[in-house]
Design a protein around this ligand. Structure first.
Ligand SMILES: Cc1ncc(COP(=O)(O)O)c(C=O)c1O
Length: 425
């Protein structure tokens, strides 16, 4: 469906084309309001939201407690800069992250920043300061952001890297397990061991950075044994394990952090973001005190890092998500969604695999081409469903509905999804 003539969507989209660089991709949705798992456009059309602003609305659009916390904070002060004056919401978010940290025993500290990419950059800085080493090991199908270092770490040329080099030095890449496409945990471990023989000495490596469920790369969950085996290799060589939970964290997989699904794994640094701020920009790095204290005073920070409004929102988000009932409901959502997607896949031969962890689920079309997924996403939009694709080949449909989605909205969204797929035959 092209934009209807004379609509508000058309007017704003025309102005967007006139004033906004096309370097930011151009969707057709022009948002007026959002609530829970519903988005309404400027012409009054409503959509079921299976995107959540790319995984930033685990608690749903405008969760009342988040809105209330932000309003209350707006009445006190909007900005302070943590390097000019300490404020309690920042400290309290770090305290909550310490309590929730999967990074082992002992005191935990955090730094708060504005975006996932900035947090990953800071995790690398901390790892380098703590180890005195420079190299960073990342994986195929990784996505870590769009800044110079993080786009270097990201494993997808279009649209993230093409024409944007030269890239940052001392970033090495190996395959991560991807059983559906033939990469086992054994093969991935062997590739890392080979990297240490062929490209970089392990004693030069500061950290490995891994998403427990690779997000942009195609919602590829690490097999049960892999994170522990990776951790063992890291321990052998004194390498830090950085757990990128920007997309998979804050309840997305039915646990606070996806890494909690993996027994015996305690990453050295945890990177959080997206849903942490409940819709406001906030990301963090959390880790044991001896690592976080390795950086000299003043070495970390940023003008807006840990903005008070974002911190107030995050206090509410962490309160909501750490509730056992919230996580149990999220887990149940995962069970329901998985059953529905498995059922769909059984009837649609073009779907090669349904996969994910808890309610962080996706399905991959067997054909390694973006055509079908693009068509399904466009068709879904016309029918009233906001959907996202992902994967190196753009052939994966990922589902990121708010974890608070109501049963009838979920049913409506799944019916729209199934009809959209059928319409693209
Ligand atoms: C796993 C992961 N890491 C890092 C990032 C970068 O976060 P941001 O877009 O907030 O910079 C993303 C964003 O999608 C992500 O999914």
């Amino acid at each position: 469906m092209s934009l209807r003539e004379g609509t508000a969507s058309e007017r704003i989209t025309d102005e967007r084309a006139r004033y906004v660089t096309p370097g930011v991709s151009t969707p057709r949705l022009v948002v007026a309001e959002a609530e829970g798992a519903r988005v309404t456009d400027v012409d009054g059309r409503t959509f079921v939201d299976f995107a959540g602003g790319i995984g930033c609305q685990n608690t749903g659009h405008r969760h009342p407690a988040v809105v209330e916390a932000v309003k209350a904070q707006a009445d006190r002060y909007l900005h302070q800069c943590f390097m000019v004056g300490t404020y309690e919401p920042f400290v309290d978010v770090c305290k909550r992250l310490a309590e929730l940290s999967p990074c082992g025993d002992g005191e935990q500290r955090s730094i708060l920043v504005n975006s996932g990419a900035e947090a990953i950059e800071n995790a690398v800085k901390i790892a380098r300061a703590a180890t005195g080493r420079q190299a960073v090991v990342v994986f195929e199908n990784a996505f870590h952001g769009r800044t110079l270092l993080t786009m270097t770490m990201t494993a997808k040329v279009m649209p993230y890297k093409k024409g944007f080099g030269p890239f940052a030095p001392e970033v090495y890449r190996v395959p991560a397990p991807y059983p559906y496409r033939g990469v086992s945990s054994d093969a991935a471990i062997a590739a890392l061991e080979a990297l240490f023989l062929s490209a970089v000495a392990p004693e030069s490596v500061a950290c490995v950075v891994l998403e427990p469920v690779q997000g942009e790369g195609g919602f590829i969950p690490m097999p049960p044994d892999y994170p522990a085996r990776l951790q063992e290799l890291c321990h052998t060589h004194g390498i830090l394990y950085v757990d990128d939970e920007v997309q998979s964290g804050v309840g997305r997989t039915g646990r606070m952090w996806a890494i909690e699904h993996y027994e015996g794994v305690e990453p050295d640094l945890l990177v959080s973001g997206k849903s942490l701020g409940g819709g406001l920009p906030l990301a963090g790095v959390t880790g044991r005190a001896e690592l976080m204290d390795a950086v000299h005073a003043g070495g970390l920070g940023g003008t807006f890092s840990g903005n008070p409004l974002s911190c107030a929102a995050a206090q509410a988000v962490l309160e909501i998500v750490s509730d056992a009932d919230f996580l149990a409901a999220a887990e149940q959502l995962g069970v329901t969604l998985r059953a529905r997607l498995d059922d769909l896949a059984a009837r649609r031969s073009e779907i090669g695999e349904v996969r994910g962890l808890g309610p962080m689920l996706a399905f991959e079309f067997a054909e390694q081409s973006s055509d079908r997924a693009k068509a399904v996403v466009a068709e879904a939009f016309d029918r009233g469903l906001i959907l996202l694709s992902c994967g190196l080949y753009g052939n994966v449909i990922r589902l990121l509905p708010p974890l608070t989605i109501k049963d009838d909205e979920l049913e409506e969204g799944l019916a729209l999804l199934e009809n959209s797929i059928a319409a693209c035959d």
